[in-house]
Write a protein that binds this ligand. Structure first.
Ligand SMILES: Nc1ncnc2c1ncn2[C@@H]1O[C@H](COP(=O)(O)OP(=O)(O)OP(=O)(O)O)[C@@H](O)[C@H]1O
Length: 436
């Protein structure tokens, strides 16, 4: 569906948005140049506060930019953009209305006769796969189904441009994955009248899985730092070489790239070369550290001061800092911790998106690659703890090997890369449904 030579729908030229007055005047975004063409699915990726929502509001005409020009199909946009609608992460359904009522309401408000609105609603409800639930109330539906109502309602306005504002981030892992596949099917199947999709997300893999182009933003002030075209055919295979290479590229942009990963990460256990030990960092504490650093007004935070502010032992903080570096969430320079845009993205993300970011970072570490391969290679996709431990003892002294496996177990379970059965002392791979 990627047709980068389709007609231009949206054109932003040198757009800036400033909020407040006088001394409080603040630049949310500036120097934004962006074009969205017919046939494109564009993802907007970047840390919280970089101005993604501001940009959506400008494109849909809810905000008038302080500077620059917004055009839609070549015409200057003045007021609300009648060709665009937004689907929100929070679903924003009316709880007292049925599914049909929720989809019909906007059409009725625009003056469409009741029967016509009803017929169109039934059609759309069917299209998003909620046939049979027309008379159900939002509380009777799962999160994924509620979001489908949100999508059907947005489609009822017959938009050319569908804006999705973190549409999957309030869902659990499996529902999010299923709904991504279904939205893509609708889009690539050409059943929709929409001409282009613009999706805001914190989730790098989601952007790569769905979009034809990823617009990466950074903040301070909000601006576009890169555009990455994604020309892989659908359905995309997250494990394919080209997908992984693109993921690396986007991570590299978000991390402000330090050393090449193969230099930093070391080798897999059992292979020649040094296996880098995993720092003993608790994931919740790591998230807490990143949230704290992200909330401080300065770009750099002194590591000693951080230990004091957070009230944690200095050695514990060092382990957290090392984990943050290993995962690309932060850099250390002359005693200061500097959070990367990826770290900011993680700190701001929903629980689900955090898990996905964490999982995709772990899959890059030789330690986890080795563990996943061992588990996959075993007939039952599971292994006794001792088997892994014995293998690790070739690279680490016994006590350390044990500790390494414990850390890997906690990180891997948080990321839902694998499970661990305490009673049986076995690691196992979970079956995760991947959309076709
Ligand atoms: N109405 C407003 N008045 C003042 N400042 C605002 C207003 N709206 C947004 N901002 C500020 O502008 C910046 C960009 O906000 P925006 O919500 O567009 O970012 P975002 O990338 O969408 O963030 P998130 O991912 O958290 O939704 C932020 O610093 C925010 O605090």
């Amino acid at each position: 569906m990627a047709t980068s030579n389709g007609a231009v729908l949206v054109e932003l030229k040198n757009v800036a948005q400033r909020y407040g007055r006088g001394e409080k005047r603040f630049t949310a975004i500036e120097h934004i140049n962006l074009t969205i063409r017919e046939g494109e699915f564009v993802a907007l990726l970047g840390p919280s506060g970089c101005g993604k929502s501001t940009l959506l509001r400008i494109i849909t005409g809810l905000n008038r930019p302080s500077d620059g020009e917004v055009r839609y199909r070549g015409k200057s946009l003045n007021g609300v953009n009648p060709y665009a609608t937004i689907v929100f992460q929070s679903f924003a359904l009316f709880p007292w209305l049925t599914v049909e009522g929720n989809v019909t309401v906007a059409m009725r408000a625009r003056g469409m006769p009741a029967e016509q609105a009803r017929a169109r609603a039934i059609e759309l409800i069917d299209l998003v796969g909620l046939d049979g639930f027309e008379q159900a109330y939002p509380r009777e539906l799962s999160g994924g189904m509620r979001q489908k109502v949100g999508i059907a309602r947005a489609l009822a306005a017959n938009p050319e441009l569908l804006c999705l504002d973190e549409p999957f981030s309030a869902l659990d892992v499996l529902s999010a994955e299923t709904l991504r596949g279904e939205v893509l099917e609708l889009w690539t199947g050409g059943q929709l009248q929409i001409r282009a999709v613009l999706m805001v997300t914190h989730n790098i893999e989601e952007a790569l899985f769905m979009a034809d182009r990823i617009v990466v933003m950074d903040k301070g002030p909000g601006r576009i730092i890169a555009e990455v075209p994604v020309s892989l055919p659908h359905p995309r295979d997250r494990k394919s070489e080209s997908f992984v290479a693109l993921t690396d590229r986007v991570y590299g942009i978000l991390m402000g790239q330090t050393q090449p990963e193969h230099v930093e990460f070391g080798t897999e256990p059992g292979q020649a070369g040094r296996t880098r030990a995993l720092p003993n960092a608790d994931v919740t504490e790591l998230a807490g550290l990143l949230e704290h650093v992200n909330s401080t007004p300065t770009e750099r935070d002194d590591i000693y001061q951080l230990a004091e502010d957070l009230g944690i032992d200095f050695n514990n903080l060092l382990a957290l800092v090392e984990a943050a570096e290993l995962l690309g969430f932060a850099r250390v320079e002359t005693g200061d911790l500097i959070i990367t845009p990826l770290g900011e993205t993680f700190a701001d993300a929903s629980i689900l998106a955090r898990k996905e970011i964490f999982a995709s970072r772990l899959r890059r570490l030789p330690f986890f690659r080795w563990m996943l391969r061992m588990l996959e290679a075993s007939g039952e996709r599971s292994l006794r703890r001792e088997v892994l431990l014995t293998a690790l003892e070739r690279d680490f002294p016994p006590v350390e090997a044990e500790q390494q496996l414990d850390i890997a177990s906690k990180w891997g379970r948080y990321a839902e890369l694998f499970g661990y059965d305490d009673a049986q002392g076995r690691f196992f791979l979970e079956e995760v449904a991947t959309p076709a």
